[in-house]
Write a protein that binds this ligand. Structure first.
Ligand SMILES: *[C@@H]1O[C@H](CO)[C@@H](O)[C@H](O)[C@H]1NC(C)=O
Ligand SMILES: *[C@@H]1O[C@H](CO)[C@@H](O)[C@H](O)[C@H]1NC(C)=O
Ligand SMILES: *[C@@H]1O[C@H](CO)[C@@H](O)[C@H](O)[C@H]1NC(C)=O
Ligand SMILES: *[C@@H]1O[C@H](CO)[C@@H](O)[C@H](O)[C@H]1NC(C)=O
Ligand SMILES: *[C@@H]1O[C@H](CO)[C@@H](O)[C@H](O)[C@H]1NC(C)=O
Ligand SMILES: *[C@@H]1O[C@H](CO)[C@@H](O)[C@H](O)[C@H]1NC(C)=O
Ligand SMILES: *[C@@H]1O[C@H](CO)[C@@H](O)[C@H](O)[C@H]1NC(C)=O
Length: 858
């Protein structure tokens, strides 16, 4: 399912780590060619006095910097409380004084810093959730933007034991930079200290080497960067005091795989000679190049392994990786040859430092761009290992320093897919993961998905920030269902609370107290989790009377979750249908957002098809389930005045109750259909799940009911073939189920791909009818696809055909056959009538026995 986007690889320095610094901090001055930044804005937020750090920098007090700050309302609070043991570490850690005060923003607040010289600037933000009587800083959730770049989205600092330090490089193009702190609804923002400082032009060049395929990457200037990791390999921490640009270089030990294979080396810093072109002390200081890790026992035995560093990153971003080398291990030229790998792909083969730098102990660095598509498991791995094909050398490999920088995405964000104006610019993150998994296997993708990918990439490329057509913001998606609801639905009003949302839903059923739900789930026991979604987790609970329920608990820090949650409430409070999962009640105590649903005992349809030990469903059961879900979708499309598009039809969103009755669930992404007749589509950012996505929706980003029909076609083939919609492990032509099934069917070979457990049990006519329906659903153009009502008709017909030809002799089945035979007479060729039939079944189910059953006694 979809997951909330990762908070990014935060650059977290444990307070405990600060303690380690004691031994390295000395008061002697550092001789280096220093950089004199044009713009320097340093603020110790909330502090009544200026703060002088032992690296020589003075941070301005809050009163001194007040002129930079503007807020809509002047509700500001500064904090001057101290962590209990603050005195212990404040005396040893250079930047710690900055963390002792903070400023709280209860409303959108802007720092406007004048910039004398445009170009890349460092933005460094310091966060530590100090204790405070009236504000609980660990619960603050907020977004930070710098001009049109999103630095942090829905960010919070949950851990009282750590300070969080974030460092960015942002290109400032005008004479000022706007740093904006925006609290999420019902929350507030805070910051302990801010740095905005010019960075030297030569620090990051416009080009780097692309990994896989190896080539040039040009255009780095167009990206904002966030430092994810900066390591002084084989050496101690380098603090801002010892760095030319007030950077911090951490030790590499915790990222090293198999540390036994590595040995650290160091030379006196005065042996390091910077070259005339290339690396300079600004690129990295002496301390970085004077230490390295090399292979343990090099030259003694015959080492044949790689030194490996592995760092966790947010896999939805591309990264700029800078490796620092300096041959401080060789005794002569041309002794050291080694290979450099990034995520298992060759970065440089046979790197020969002494030739590149014409000497020893001469710094050298190389930049690589690693595309998000090559980060499949959420980590970046850097490896160096001896070249095997050159016997001349002593087998060895070294690394002196390592920097990993996140590159901004097409939304102009370094954290998630919302752009600075609040527009959601991506697909559901679950989709992204799948897309990446698919892209990770590169050309193994089926032609169809490849086209999809290409199309999507084209769409993304075309979206230069300025030429981008303004889209509806996420929160304005909830088109009012009646005019009274407009106020909350259409505005981004800060006063909107979950309770105000709840109060407008009339059909939300029973109110549960938080305690009741805690009891029902054994205090939200992790063991009771039966699902996870964009909004949070789903627990299985048992009410006092023994009724089992599914409890969906919203995660307040996920704004995407909140929005999906709202959509779901909006829709479910309007919709009641036997084939839609129904809502029993809710809880909004203590700013919780909890919905309680009927429990679907048999879980997602997918689990009954493949990937679990559940006994396979019969063909008849499958048909009935498909018919049930088709009814649910048909009702969504036609049952309410506006028409609703589900947008995420897939086998995990079709749930089964204990009688195998199928119900459509998860309306988190759903969208009200076109409001008026002259408008036949809704234009929107592409959402949905890879493998089920309507290619037309993908291309044109226009949403119609026919997109659901397409996805449903994929579901039908999934039911028939019992395999996932996308399976990258399969041979290329089989990866994409929709494509493969269409091909096989065109060859007349559909029989070959049917789930073997049912292949012999189905009547040929039933199968043909079913495949015909599925195939029609997958038509390239929406207008060629049938409506959900037509699909339903086909499926009903397929069921009847199965009934007639069924060879089974058991009595129950015979009875059913009789029943169906009648139906066939009644309905054959009478499509209109059939649909009338459907709508009988599909009207609002309020008061129907099924509804009452699931709603009463609770
Ligand atoms: C920082 O610089 C001083 C000399 O100015 C030096 O003694 C100290 O070892 C340096 N620290 C590190 C971590 O290299
Ligand atoms: C502060 O908020 C966090 C997270 O919301 C919560 O876990 C913690 O218990 C709260 N602390 C206090 C003192 O209220
Ligand atoms: C910053 O942006 C300007 C204008 O877009 C561009 O000309 C310049 O090359 C950029 N500079 C850097 C260092 O990215
Ligand atoms: C270098 O290695 C030695 C022995 O393994 C270790 O004690 C020392 O702390 C290391 N030095 C650094 C700076 O990592
Ligand atoms: C080093 O790593 C690369 C890439 O992961 C791999 O291809 C190579 O076989 C490794 N070398 C050794 C000696 O293990
Ligand atoms: C990553 O690769 C995709 C597809 O090749 C491309 O569209 C995108 O621009 C790349 N991103 C970066 C930062 O290079
Ligand atoms: C990621 O994959 C690489 C190789 O593909 C593996 O060595 C590494 O352990 C994996 N990392 C995680 C965190 O699973």
């Amino acid at each position: 399912m979809h997951s909330v986007s990762m908070g990014g690889a935060s650059y977290v320095i444990g307070v405990s780590m600060f303690l380690l610094l004691t031994s390295f901090v000395s008061l002697a001055d550092v001789p280096f060619s220093s950089f004199n930044p044009t713009d320097v804005h340093l603020i110790d937020c909330g502090s009544p006095d200026d703060t002088l750090l032992d690296d020589g920098r003075t941070f301005k007090s809050d009163p001194q910097s007040a002129s930079y700050l503007s807020t809509d309302e002047n509700i500001l609070t500064s904090i001057t409380s101290f962590p209990d043991n603050s005195l212990t570490f404040s005396s040893v850690v250079s930047s710690l004084p900055l963390y002792l005060t903070a400023r709280i923003f209860t409303h959108d607040s802007i720092y406007l810093f004048p910039i004398l010289k445009p170009g890349r600037h460092w933005i460094r933000l310091h966060f530590y959730p100090l204790p405070h009587q009236s504000y609980n800083l660990t619960s603050a959730t907020f977004t930070v933007t710098a001009d049109d770049i999103v630095l942090l989205h829905g960010f919070s600092v949950k851990n009282r034991d750590k300070t969080v330090f974030k460092e960015y490089l942002v290109n400032v193009t005008s004479d000022k930079i706007t740093l904006k702190f925006s609290p999420m609804k019902n929350s507030f923002a805070f910051v302990n200290a801010i740095e905005v400082v010019s960075s030297p032009k030569e620090l990051i060049s416009n080009s780097a080497s692309a990994i896989s395929p190896i080539g040039d990457f040009n255009g780095l200037d167009g990206y904002a960067l966030e430092v994810s990791y900066r390591l002084n390999v084989g050496g101690p921490i380098v603090t801002p005091k010892n760095d030319t640009l007030w950077r911090t270089w951490l030790q590499d030990d915790q990222f090293m795989k198999f540390p036994q294979g590595a040995r650290n080396v160091s030379v006196p810093t005065n042996l390091i000679r910077y070259p005339n072109g290339g690396a300079t002390p600004l690129i990295a200081p002496y301390w970085v190049y004077a230490t390295a890790d090399q292979m343990a026992d090099s030259g003694v035995r015959d080492p044949n392994f790689n030194l490996t560093w592995e760092m966790n990153v947010d896999p939805s971003f591309s990264y700029l990786i800078r490796l620092h080398f300096c041959d401080i291990v060789s005794t002569g030229l041309n002794e050291l040859y080694f290979n450099v790998y990034i995520n298992g792909m060759t970065g440089v083969s046979n790197l020969d430092l002494s030739t590149l730098t014409s000497g020893l102990s001469i710094p050298y660095y190389k930049d690589f761009v690693l595309n998000a598509s090559h980060i499949s498991n959420g980590s970046i791995s850097i490896q160096v290992g001896p070249s095997s094909n050159l016997q001349a050398s002593v087998p060895n490999a070294i690394l002196n320093g390592l920097e990993v920088m996140k590159m901004s995405n097409s939304a102009g964000s370094l954290d998630g897919l919302f752009s600075a104006d609040g527009t959601y610019r991506g697909m559901k993150s679950g989709l992204n993961e799948k897309m990446k998994a698919a892209a990770g296997i590169g050309l193994a993708l089926g032609g169809f998905s490849l086209v999809l990918l290409a199309v999507m990439i084209l769409i993304r490329l075309k979206r230069t920030p300025k030429g981008y057509t303004k889209q509806k913001t996420f929160s304005s998606w909830f088109l009012p269902l009646n005019p009274k609801q407009c106020s909350f639905l259409s505005s981004k009003s800060k006063s909107t609370t979950f309770s105000s949302i709840i109060s407008i839903g009339q059909n939300l059923g029973r109110f549960f107290t938080l305690n009741e739900l805690r009891e029902a789930t054994k205090n939200f026991d992790e063991k009771a989790i039966i699902g996870v979604g964009g909004f949070g987790k789903v627990f299985l609970g048992e009410l006092d009377d023994g009724t089992k329920v599914a409890i969906k608990r919203g995660n307040p820090s996920s704004s995407q979750g909140i929005n999906e949650f709202q959509t779901e409430i909006q829709l479910l409070s309007k919709l009641r249908h036997r084939h839609l999962v129904s809502l029993i009640g809710y809880c909004d105590e203590q700013s919780e957002m909890i919905l309680v649903y009927e429990y679907m005992a048999y879980g997602p349809l997918r689990d009954h098809l493949y990937g679990s030990n559940i006994p396979p469903l019969s063909w008849r059961q499958r048909l009935e389930i498909c018919i049930g879900s088709a009814r649910g979708l048909h009702y969504l499309h036609t049952g309410s005045t506006q028409g609703i598009i589900h947008r995420d039809v897939k086998t995990t969103n079709i749930l089964l109750d204990e009688n195998f009755v199928a119900k459509v669930s998860d309306f988190g992404l759903s969208k009200a259909g076109p409001a008026s007749l002259d408008q036949t589509h809704v234009s929107t950012a592409v959402k949905g799940s890879f493998g089920y996505l309507d290619p037309e929706y993908f291309r044109r980003q226009q949403l119609t009911e026919k997109s659901d029909v397409y996805s449903f076609g994929v579901v039908l083939f999934e039911v028939l073939c019992a395999r996932p919609a996308l399976d990258p492990a399969l041979p290329r032509e089989q990866v994409n189920l929709a494509e493969w099934a269409k091909q096989e069917n065109a060859k007349g070979a559909i029989g070959k791909i049917i789930d073997p457990t049912i292949a012999g049990t189905m009547s040929k006519d039933s199968l043909l009818k079913f495949v015909e329906a599925a195939e029609k659903c997958l038509a390239e153009h929406g207008e060629d696809r049938p409506s959900m009502g037509d699909v339903l008709w086909h499926l009903e017909y397929a069921l009847q055909l199965q009934g007639i030809n069924s060879e089974t002799s058991d009595r129950e089945n015979e009875a059913k056959i009789g029943e169906n035979a009648e139906k066939v007479e009644k309905n054959t060729g009478a499509k209109e009538e059939m649909i009338v039939d459907i709508s009988d079944d599909s009207g609002l189910v309020v008061g129907s026995p099924m509804f009452l059953e699931s709603f009463h006694g609770r």
